[in-house]
Design a protein around this ligand. Structure first.
Ligand code: UDP
Length: 238
């Protein structure tokens, strides 16, 4: 794998990618596959922060839609992200990658709290830092958590690994003429309501000039290709 252009990245994976081919939950084989991709990237000397969503287990909005109190449902969603973080930690450590999980909701027996200076030290020592529980507050998503940690940790880019290979001007599933952007600016994403990340996450990246790289993590080896500037992707920038 060739040397990537970035020195430090934040990789955001939606919870759904941990399901593999399942309909729900965590597929350990697929998580192991993702861990190998992360290791390959790390082995090039890249510093990696990870944020993993929780949608494969629970989303607050879905709970609220069924009559739950929204904040209560969001707390459950945040706990789901911690489960995913632990699954990824396990998979990474099984292949010799040192990691720390830092959760925005404190749970001392399970992982560390989010402490930026400590996270810095982990990265310096070559550990992957997995940030769990988003921003630690309801009514937010892990996209916002990812943007916040990318800014806080001064990452060169936020890479969003999803099931699609970039951002389209309309839904490619329903419109065969849909066009994929190579690059697009933050304001177009916000004005046209392009489905990349939620608006608060995009605005935070815009205000801190953090490029957002959207790519498909489902294709094997794609993280490496994207880091080498070769894979199919869309870059959101100024
Ligand atoms: N969540 C939250 N605050 C945060 C991050 C996440 O309340 O800062 C909750 C929210 O209910 C969300 C769920 O955790 O639906 C799972 O996160 P997300 O939907 O971002 O996961 P993804 O779609 O990336 O799998």
């Amino acid at each position: 794998m060739s040397k990537p252009a970035y020195k430090r990245i934040l990789l955001k994976l939606s919870g759904e990618v941990l399901m593999g081919c399942q309909q729900f939950g965590i597929d350990p084989e697929f998580v192991a596959e993702l861990a190998r991709e992360v290791k390959a990237a790390k082995d090039t000397g890249l510093e990696i922060c990870l944020v993993i969503g929780g949608g494969n287990i629970f989303r607050g909005m879905a709970g609220a839609a069924k009559g739950m109190d929204r904040a209560q449902a969001d707390y459950m969603g945040m706990l789901a992200t911690v489960m995913n973080a632990l699954a990824m930690q396990n998979a990474l450590e099984q292949i010799g990658v040192h990691t720390r999980v830092q959760s925005a909701v404190q749970m001392d027996q399970v992982c560390e709290p989010v402490i930026r200076r400590r996270a810095e030290r982990h990265l310096e020592k070559g550990r992957v830092v997995i940030f769990a529980a988003g921003v630690g507050a309801p009514y937010f998503t892990t996209d916002s958590g990812a943007a916040l940690r990318a800014a806080e940790m001064q990452c060169d880019a936020l890479l969003k690994g999803t099931s699609v290979d970039g951002i389209y001007d309309s839904d490619p599933k329903t419109n065969p003429q849909a066009k994929r952007y190579d690059t697009v600016d933050y304001d177009t994403v916000l004005a046209d309501n392009l489905k990349v990340m939620d608006a608060s996450a995009v605005a935070l990246c815009r205000d801190n000039q953090i490029p957002i790289v959207v790519f498909s993590i489902r294709e094997k080896g794609n993280l490496a290709r994207v880091l080498a500037g070769e894979g199919t992707q869309t870059i959101v920038q100024k």
